[in-house]
Design a binder for this molecule. Structure first.
Ligand code: UDP
Length: 234
């Protein structure tokens, strides 16, 4: 019997498994940008993102951050703990790029004085808006204690990943994290960490090595994902 599809997102398909506490996440080559207005495919992205995310989640586990990952069961598939995801996305910014440049007039590439955290509401129909603590509280998206734990974990993730990428001559510009709660009530890092969800720049040339190459039609999209896989495996 074919496994039951629980959810199909823009970049992944989530399947049920025999164990109610586990799901199987298959990474797709499909790519979207600008709230799904731009669509395409990036060859080998599913396999490469599954490999990159596996390496980074293992690294975070080794450094005290609990993640959803159980094991990589196929080249493009990760067996994961089933989580009840919080309806927020957490963006961590070390350098200015993307929406913060448009919103606040930052010049791209300016270094933040300290890592900056932003929360966005996960709601496609509203275009995933930026939200404040007052919005989080009023809409009861997460409790104050959960919000503070998410912040602590995101900043820990940032320390670990920034150091890891610096050793590989990559600037970790910004990225998006998603957290959820497991069956035992623990707050766990979920989703993925890949060139789809991060901005990576070569530390020497500042060449973009992430999905911005797709978003902005810069060419060399597949090569950028391949390069990031090589760097995280080095
Ligand atoms: N990001 C993501 N998914 C989203 C929105 C943002 O993975 O739905 C990532 C994006 O790749 C970047 C960081 O979060 O690394 C910050 O994105 P930003 O707010 O600048 O939005 P953008 O204008 O890039 O969509």
């Amino acid at each position: 019997m074919a496994p039951e599809k629980l959810y199909e997102g823009k970049a992944k398909i989530v399947y049920a498994t025999d164990d109610p506490n586990l799901v199987s996440q298959k990474f797709k080559d499909d790519a979207t940008a600008f709230d799904g207005k731009k669509k395409g495919q990036i060859a080998h992205k599913g396999v490469r993102n599954a490999a990159i995310s596996t390496r980074l989640f293992r690294l975070l586990e080794e450094n005290g951050v609990a993640t959803q990952l159980v094991e990589r069961t196929a080249e493009d598939t990760l067996l994961c703990k089933k989580l009840k995801m919080f309806p927020v996305e957490v963006v961590v910014r070390n350098y200015a790029a993307g929406s913060i440049c448009k919103r606040l007039g930052f010049e791209e590439g300016v270094k933040m004085k300290k890592p900056m955290l932003e929360f966005f509401l996960k709601d496609d129909s509203l275009g995933d808006p930026l939200i404040t603590d007052a919005h989080i509280e009023e809409l009861e998206l997460v409790t104050r204690a959960e919000r503070d734990e998410i912040e602590r974990l995101a900043l820990r993730v940032n320390e670990v990943l920034s150091a890891f990428f610096a050793e590989r001559k990559v600037i970790l510009v910004d990225y998006k994290l998603e957290f959820g709660i497991d069956s035992e009530g623990n707050i766990i890092l979920g989703d993925e960490i890949s060139p789809d969800t991060c901005r990576f720049w070569d530390a020497e040339t500042r060449e973009k090595l992430d999905k911005d190459r797709f978003r902005r039609d810069l060419g060399g999209v597949e090569e950028a994902y391949e390069e990031m896989l090589n760097r995280v495996e080095s």
